[in-house]
Design a protein around this ligand. Sequence first.
Ligand code: SF4
Ligand code: SF4
Length: 366
Amino acid sequence: MTDYIDAKNLKLSKKDMMTCTMCGFCKSVCPTFEGVGKDTGVARGRVILSYGLLMKDIPADDSVIEALYQCTTCMDCERRCPSKIKVVDIVERARKDLVDAGHILPKHRKIVDNIRTYGNPYGEELSVSEALGEEPKRAKIGYFAGCTSAHRNPKIAQATLSILKKLGEDYTVLNETCCGSVLSRIGLEKDAMHQMQLNIDAIVEQGVEEVLFSCAGCYRMFKEEYPLHVDVPFKVRHISEYLADKDLDLGKLDKKITYHDPCHLGRHAHVYNAPREVLASIPGVEFKEMSHTTEEARCCGGGGGVRSAYPELSEDIAGRRVDQAEFAEILVTCCPFCVTNLRAGSEKNKSDIKICDLVELVEPLL
Ligand code: SF4
Ligand code: SF4
């Protein structure tokens, strides 16, 4: 494949790309570089390749496409970058240009087709509410479960619904469809915006005042990306923020626990304290941070479409993250996607550590 693409979206990042000094500080944090081991697998390599596409210096061949789609969009390089290069914007704009030029990975093509046909990336015929066995209705609080909780990790959705029930909330499941996160990450902005409007219309129809999320990716979409494109006429909170605001009377749990910050919840949506406050409110818990934590937390390897397109790379990254938690009995996180990927990494490591979502830990203690 040797075509030179019309990189319209990358034009918006030209100045940023030219500002990169190629210092290589991003090498010390990039989770994919640790696995790929060459410069095209790190932020500065992706910046150079994107610049090459923009200037038509290089064609969009398979090696360039692979390098740009192996980025998990974790944003750790941006934290480390002395020049404050917006690497994730560059990568996602490059992906939009690649998709516009007809370059989409087969695994991603399938995801897009599934969302267009079924409203979820997994090709499941049941809606989210049908999968959870609840009828959407009008209520004060709406729970946006997300496709991964509903169709791949239902214990997280069921635990969240049980918490809302135990706390006596006027809640409902929503007539939701895919939030559009994966579409935005892999370069299909128009499809993502279509999903945004479908969700906003459905939620408004149900008259909810506040929407709660247990998925970090869905939450980041509604909090950070939806307002750039659509009116969001209701409050949004991650379930960890909701729980931290409650005066919970939780049962005792004598366990050594640590916490993994999902990139979508932490660096992308700036929620760091709420999950830790909830963990601190559990009597008996011995909490210890991992070596890379909060703003410096390492990625689980699951995001940016990497898990679907490059599962081995994704699991290797997850395995390295699980290694950092081996002092604990339970590794808690706040995202069904992170839970799934960390479990895959743990399996690969043959680790005994228990990995669960915050809601799964809290629900039996309420
Ligand atoms: S840290 Fe920033 S400026 Fe340095 S090479 Fe990486 S992206 Fe470029
Ligand atoms: S966003 Fe994450 S995976 Fe992508 S280049 Fe930056 S550090 Fe690497």
